[in-house]
Write a protein that binds this ligand. Structure first.
Ligand code: MN
Length: 234
């Protein structure tokens, strides 16, 4: 059991979930997790429920094997292992989000790869990795509901911040909740831009040099985006 509830962080977790719903990123089956700042082997995540309705009272602590650290009879997200795996794999990762946004689904089919096209998407790089559960696990129910699959997904993510999941959705991480939220929203914007480009028959990815110069997110940009998106919440 964690020593104390990080109330401010839990409030931000709820806010991030509401932003991602409001910005069209978070569908019914998405969820967001945050690592405890004082206990690196603990993360916080809602019990299973509708993202648009979660509140601070729904947020429970979990260990890095995906098990809740409090006794609970509540239903839990079957894909909570995803968060456990990414927090285990990368000590700089403090927040993690999983979603199935309509914007990114066309790039989860194994055909066209998603790539950076503009300043706010430069961090995605020239090729966003795609994890295919079938490669190691054969036919599944298309849910990452155990640590083996989650570890394999985290290995494909490696030190990146976005990995797409074939026929499934996306995993996005960040060095803070605000950082992850920025990346989650702008990855969807970038996917929308690529889809539009393919429809008009013209698009131009950023060059490697442009990506190198633009890939670092500034804390001012992340703070401005968070301020903007929270002001739009009803
Ligand atoms: Mn999923």
């Amino acid at each position: 059991m964690p020593r104390k509830r990080p109330h401010h962080l839990i409030d931000n977790l709820v806010t991030a979930t509401r932003i991602l719903v409001n910005e069209g990123v978070m569908d019914v089956f998405g969820h967001v997790a945050v690592r405890d700042p004082d206990e690196a082997d603990t993360f916080w995540l809602a019990r299973a429920g509708a993202p648009a309705r979660i509140s601070a009272d729904d947020i429970l602590p979990f260990g890095l094997e995906g098990a809740p650290l409090v006794e609970t009879s509540d239903a839990l997200f079957s894909e909570r292992f995803i968060h456990a795996a990414v927090f285990r794999a990368n000590v700089t990762t403090m927040a993690s989000g999983h979603h199935h946004a309509a914007s990114i689904m066309p790039y989860c089919m194994g055909g066209r790869t998603l790539c950076a096209l503009s300043q706010t998407g430069a961090w995605m790089g020239s090729v966003v990795p795609l994890w295919d559960s079938r490669n190691r696990f054969g036919d599944t129910a298309m849910l990452v509901n155990d640590m083996d699959q989650a570890d394999d997904l985290a290995a494909t993510l490696a030190d990146r911040r976005l990995v797409l999941m074939r026929g499934h959705g996306a995993l996005v991480t960040g060095t803070s909740i605000e950082d992850m939220t920025f990346r989650a929203v702008y990855a969807c914007r970038e996917a929308d831009t690529l889809t539009a480009g393919l429809q008009i028959g013209s698009f131009m990815p950023l060059s490697e040099g442009e990506i190198t110069r633009a890939e670092k997110l500034s804390s001012a940009a992340i703070a401005r985006a968070w301020s903007h998106w929270t002001a739009l919440l009803k």
